[in-house]
Ligand binder design. Sequence first.
Ligand code: SF4
Length: 384
Amino acid sequence: MSETREIGAIHVATSLLQLRYPFSVQARSASQKIARDVRSLIQILEEPVNSQVIEEAEERVHAALMQSEIKIPRTNTEEAVLVYSTARLIVERIGNPRLKEYQAETESKAVNRHLSTEKEPVVIDLCQSSLGWTVESAGSESQRAKLPLILRSFNFRIRFEDYLEVAPSFHSEKWKLINRHLDSGWVPIRRSELDRLISGRVKQLILQSTMDVPKLPMRLTEAVQRIEAEITTRIQEREPIEITGDVTTAFPPCISQMYEDSLQGKNLSHDARFALASFLLKIGMTDEDVMGVFKAAPDFVQNLAQYQVRHISSKSAGEGYTPPGCKKLQGNSLCPVYLRTASDPLCTYVLHPLAFYETRLWEISKGITDHSWYARKRKKRQNL
Ligand code: SF4
């Protein structure tokens, strides 16, 4: 059943809005009207008439696992709004952090895709009513034409504190507040950027939420078991490495310095934290061990660190984040060899800290301490 509500001059079918945006205030209240908590959700799902909700939720989790497109529920009753919560329930019951990352990523992408088809007032309403953000339209094209040239392509403006809720988790330079125009606390923003912030927030909300899941009835347990069986073939668990003396000895000078500074509780810059966390994850440290490295930081906040490390970790596992290379680290004043405060002959033969690490680890495993072979086997790549 669908009613329409008016947002500005736009009529939106509420049920469609609920199904597209499960984080919206409309979706949450519709869902709570049917099932006020996890236990009542499970009870409702036990009713044979709602078996399609479980079926579609399982498909939704499966799509997340395969990292394919999440579709709008087909269920033609008001229970359709429960498909998302049931999919979340299944993932929380399984308790695999990588599956949760996949779910957060695919749900976020689905939201981004739907947002790209919405009219401006719908997007503003979602920001305000569902995320509590203060966002305003920057006016029509003709109104914006009167603005300074630099501001004309920005369709919206958002309060900087709301911008900062999500933007720091994006690693492109353009998201850094220092690279944005700031006017009395407002950040001008393009439509595609606002969509990205919203979907980024959706990802955060999933990653940060937890559910106390009681014992599940048969039909849900079977769905959980089917997904679990798929996980073993789809998600290859990385063999965690143990941080031994050999491992840290193989760190290049840049990582070694950041690692030691972090353990000693020195405040690392954002770039240094990202470089160190992505490096440690890439060589196979667990999320928990990486968080342990940052624990001594004066501004350490458990949940935020957990979120940031998991975020980097999920991307490192796929095609996303790899640690920055030597050139980038040098540009960010994070290469002690470039700054002449440390030296290592291997640094002139590599372009990436990971290449340094792999070579040095191999040397350690073979007991090689004479580094003269670099000059015979490798071409110099950097003039340090
Ligand atoms: S040259 Fe590369 S690997 Fe060596 S310390 Fe500098 S950034 Fe690290």
